[in-house]
Write a protein that binds this ligand. Structure first.
Ligand code: BGC
Length: 806
């Protein structure tokens, strides 16, 4: 109790509290009793103000436990007696509000006063009624009036229970927030914050009766996903004066969130403008053209005084640079603190090597994931888009789960995905299905089969497959029903193709059939895992039939893969054609052998450079490994020429870019219509890095069986080898796994591994002719299971092995 009081006083000083409860569920005996309440302020303006909602109540009894369960059609911050009681952002997040909305629980035990209390919330538009992309599609997408609903449960010392729910007795008012929009930003007039939550006096009379009722009637459920938090604070690294009174701050990395203003000696009414951008132009000015219609600008109107501090609560931006104007004196970097926000998905990886560009690439994957895991997996956090693009999510989920524990986060999104499924079984481009609300098409809609399957592999939780099985099946059935005869794609269908490839359009009928076969295969495997034997057989047969039809329709006598483009011309033979066919196991015998040759040929014809887009890129290095060409995979990974993963890194990238050529020295910035610098799709390469360079891979769902089978760069013994040392850590579901290797001298490489007590792991490496393996501190007790391969079971704890080439 004393501890809570101490914390309480500290938080009161900071005017915020973190009272999120671990117990997220309303007591079983209770039904949701909160009504939807709001304040219908003047809303013919495009950017109406957020509203303050509250109820005053008296407390005479001793309270043992106090929990505030709350949700909104919109986004909210809960308050008790004028103090924000959470540090979470944007509760309750984005769902299809016509179907479901989630509540969160805030633990207020020990925070209530005897006598008068005021429980309440600030309610803003958020995704419900605010402006959202695609390309600012206006507002009011689910409803035009945001609403709040809450249930305060007080368990009393005398064994009784008191419940205070939102109803007509609540009151509302406006306050210092003039508007709050994800795309435009936030405007806050601190002069109007004085006595806002007061119980008595002039300000208290501003409270008016609320309006009760809502435009939609979703089910209200406990929140299944981790909350959105400030996962780190970032100092500004430098500040430059652009022109008198305009200052540009650099945070040294691209992230999503806001900045906190730390102001000194301000005048009442002084207006501070804060603009955000991802990059700078050549003249040092903020580059904002790629934000499209997103203003990404905040205004703070000062109360005036010695010091004041403010950060927005109901908007966020994707940025590395911030331009501030309206100051009365020259600032230093302490004026701003960056608040980087993301869902609270625990970090499960670490990576380090002696290759600085590779280290930066992996860090960029991490930061881009964090920047885009904000309620849903988005394409980008900065421009007027920020949608749950299904294609982006399916290519990245495999990497995401090696970076953070994303099980709950993606589980929640899979509910969004199922909620968005069309009656036909088709899956849309984005989930929640809003604004870009058409069919996803091949590679996008297949998120419905791929995401559950990948999560099941990584976490070993069969309920993931069980929960999604019917939707997976409806999707594959839909593909089947429209693809006959011969399992060929329908004549007309929507497809994004191998999005943002490098001048190598893969025909969409080839993509369609590749993904159709793959989805049918994953469904068959899911059916088998769930013990649905008849379905497993049916869909296995379907997958095989689609493969046969793919071979007939697209693979010619030379083993080249072609399809038909929209103009009816025969096109294909791209890297992506072969990558998909190999990675999705579409070829057999001779045609597989030929495809291997063609993939290598097509890389050679591009001077060893990739030409793949969103779809081909995820599987490119995996496919090369599958055909025994890790050497080429390593060459592509460490390539610095354009296009490559490291090319942006050589130009200072601190995040993964949407395009291979978001910026080039010759052309400058790409087309402003679509040029995000925080797009995780190409970051999907980390899955290959951890699985091949680190060798950490599950061989049974949930890592109950796994291997550490690192593959070395072919030139590792050469003096000028670029990569001679790596170290990976991964918190798998069975515990911490480590895999590290380093060249010790010109004849040997040492592998250090760490295995958890749970799970059955094996260590395996290739042993070149004439080389041998010694287990450190031990005689060889591994076995050469076949010529050239050393394999040994892992025991819990650390082990190291030395591979000696002579
Ligand atoms: C998004 C993508 C998405 C695509 C569809 C873009 O505007 O940013 O990442 O997958 O549209 O092709």
């Amino acid at each position: 109790m004393i501890f809570r009081i101490l914390i309480l006083s500290l938080c009161l000083a900071l005017n915020t509290l973190s009272a999120e409860s671990v117990e997220n569920t309303l007591p079983e005996s209770l039904e949701w009793s909160g009504q939807w309440v709001g304040l219908d302020v003047e809303r013919d303006t495009n950017y109406p103000p957020p509203v303050y909602l509250s109820k005053r109540f008296d407390l005479a009894d001793t309270v043992e436990k106090a929990t505030f369960y709350a949700t909104a059609l919109g986004i909210f911050d809960p308050y008790l007696n004028g103090v924000r009681v959470t540090d979470s952002w944007f509760s309750p997040g984005w769902t299809d509000y016509t179907k479901r909305v989630y509540y969160r629980a805030f633990d207020l035990t020990g925070l209530l006063k005897n006598g008068e209390n005021r429980i309440g919330a600030i309610l803003a538009d958020g995704w419900y009624s605010g402006h959202i992309g695609w390309k600012d599609s206006g507002r009011n997408h689910y409803g035009s009036q945001p609403r709040f609903s809450g249930v305060l449960v007080l368990d009393l010392a005398d064994g009784g229970r008191r419940i205070i729910s939102t109803d007509a007795s609540w009151q509302g008012r406006t306050g210092p927030l003039e508007y709050a929009s994800f795309l435009r930003g936030e405007k806050y007039d601190a002069r109007n914050a004085v006595d806002l939550w007061a119980m008595k006096g002039e300000s208290a009379s501003a409270w008016q009766p609320v309006v009760v009722g809502s435009e939609v009637s979703p089910v209200i459920q406990p929140h299944p996903s981790p909350r959105i938090i400030t996962f780190t604070e970032l100092p500004a690294l430098s500040v430059d004066e652009q022109e008198a009174g305009r200052y540009v701050f650099d945070f040294g990395r691209n992230f999503a969130g806001v900045v906190r203003l730390n102001l000194r000696n301000t005048q009442p009414g002084q207006i501070i403008q804060i603009k955000h951008g991802e990059r700078l132009q050549a003249d040092g000015e903020l580059y904002t053209a790629n934000l499209r219609s997103a203003d990404a600008t905040n205004y703070y109107i000062c109360k005036g005084g010695e010091s004041e501090s403010w950060s927005p609560r109901f908007t966020f931006h994707g940025f590395q640079y911030v331009e501030v104007s309206g100051l009365e004196s020259t600032p230093d970097t302490s004026l701003l603190t960056g608040l980087a926000i993301s869902n609270d998905t625990p970090v499960v990886y670490d990576f380090e090597s002696d290759h600085p560009l590779l280290n930066q690439l992996v860090s960029n994957v991490y930061w881009t994931q964090r920047a885009n895991f904000i309620s849903i997996p988005t394409d980008c956090p900065q421009r007027d888009e920020r949608l749950g693009w299904t294609g982006d999510a399916q290519v990245f989920v495999g990497t995401a789960a090696y970076i953070c524990d994303v099980r709950q986060f993606f589980n929640k999104w899979l509910t969004d995905l199922r909620d968005s499924q069309f009656d036909s079984g088709q899956i849309p481009m984005v989930a929640p299905r809003k604004v870009a609300d058409g069919a996803g098409g091949p590679g996008w809609s297949d998120a419905m089969t791929i995401v559950p399957w990948v999560l099941y592999q990584r976490y070993g939780d069969l309920s993931i497959l069980a929960d999604n099985y019917e939707s997976m099946k409806r999707y594959v059935d839909y593909l089947e029903s429209r693809s006959r005869p011969g399992f060929l794609p329908p004549v007309k269908f929507h497809a994004f193709g191998d999005w943002l490839n490098h001048n190598a359009d893969t025909p969409i009928d080839v993509i369609y059939q590749s993904y159709f076969a793959y989805s049918a295969q994953l469904l068959a495997q899911s059916a088998a895992a769930l013990g649905r034997t008849a379905d497993a057989e049916t869909y296995e047969a379907l997958a095989e039939a689609v493969r046969v039809s793919f071979n007939k329709a697209h693979v010619d006598e030379d083993g080249k893969i072609y399809g038909t483009n929209k103009k009816g011309e025969r096109v294909g033979d791209t890297q992506t054609c072969y990558v998909m066919a190999i990675a999705f196991d579409l070829l057999r015998g001779e045609s597989l052998e030929k495809a291997k040759g063609h993939l290598v040929r097509r890389l050679g014809e591009r001077d060893g450079l990739l030409s793949t887009g969103f779809l081909g890129t995820r599987d490119l290095l995996h496919a090369l490994s599958q055909i025994g060409r890790d050497d080429l995979a390593y060459a592509l990974l460490l390539e610095e020429r354009y296009p490559s993963w490291l090319f942006p890194v050589t130009h200072g990238a601190t995040s993964i870019w949407e395009r291979w050529d978001g910026w080039t020295p010759d052309k400058g910035f790409q087309d402003v219509g679509m040029n995000s610098f925080s797009h995780y799709a190409y970051g999907a390469v980390y899955e290959w890095i951890v699985q091949r360079v680190g060798g950490i891979r599950p061989t049974a769902p949930g890592f109950t069986h796994y291997e550490i089978a690192p593959v070395l760069p072919p030139d590792i013994l050469q003096e000028d080898a670029a990569l001679t040392r790596v170290s990976f850590g991964f918190d798998s579901p069975v515990g911490r796994i480590r895999s590290a290797w380093q060249r010790v001298d010109k004849n040997s490489v040492k592998f250090s591994v760490e295995a958890p007590a749970e799970g059955k792991g094996v260590f395996r490496i290739t042993v070149p002719e004439g080389a041998s393996v010694r287990q450190e501190g031990n005689d060889v007790d591994g076995v050469l299971i076949r010529a050239g391969v050393f394999e040994t079971p892992l025991v819990a704890g650390s082990q190291s092995f030395v591979l000696s080439y002579k």
